[in-house]
Design a protein around this ligand. Sequence first.
Ligand code: ADP
Length: 295
Amino acid sequence: MELAIKSLSKTYPNGVQALKNVSLSISTGMFGLLGPNGAGKSTLMRTIATLQEADEGTIQLNGIDVLKEKHKVRELLGYLPQEFGIYPEVTAEHMLDHIAVLKGIHNKKERKTLINDLLHQTNLWDLRRTRLGEFSGGTKQRFGIAQALLGNPKLVIVDEPTAGLDPQERNRFHNILSEIGEHVVVILSTHIVDDVSELCTNMAIIHEGELLLTAEPLKAMNELKGKIWSKVISKKEFPECGKKFEIVMTRLFAGKIVIHVLSDNRPDDTFKMIDPELEDVYFTTINKNSAPVTA
Ligand code: ADP
């Protein structure tokens, strides 16, 4: 499976240019599309999912023209949107059965087997007779992935799936995604860097509608080796440090601030060299393309 996006652009009627000449190639495996809120991720996801038109550009999925042959794409697609409505009175099992019929699986026995497998795979077996209105955020997301996987999709798109999940729910969701990613193209769109570092073999960073980087996370981190320096400072020291050093990112730890600085040499002997994290890659890339970090 190969998804080839070429020179895709989209401007909304209000003048916001959500995608600027985006070109991207994605093959089987877990692909992370990373970017801050408003970067254009959902616009790109909805366009690939045939729910929205682009102004310019092409998308090919194994020879299918995605922007024109929408029905063909929908047969191969599983989509978990950022927000999806549920029928609160319907049980998980009934809803999946209903969606399976809509997806063209008419044999009742076949549907039952498929749905039972999915309920186990997404850890929802015990909740199969629970009404969807009683589902928590995490179980609702797992139901979302179960419905997306109905009909054996070859391309699975999940848009911001872990925002709002607690760590345990997020972990479960990650396990399910990484299983799927072995066989099909999975695009995971997120602003959470850890989602990508935990799951994805390839990634892209998008910011203000522009594709800034496509890379293998491990390689991208390796390229920063020897250039990321860390130090714990107090909040008071922050403004001064912001002026003196190129701060890539900051993190609070025990009431203090841990700063990561990008520099070819040790900024001074109070800094220690650290192994670059994916967040360093992310913020280095984003910072290069926006206003510098200030105090
Ligand atoms: P992300 O998913 O990365 O948060 P979006 O694709 O939702 O980004 O949004 C990209 C930009 O396009 C944002 O500035 C957003 O406000 C704008 N936008 C998104 N959808 C619409 C719309 N239907 N009409 C106008 N502007 C939109």
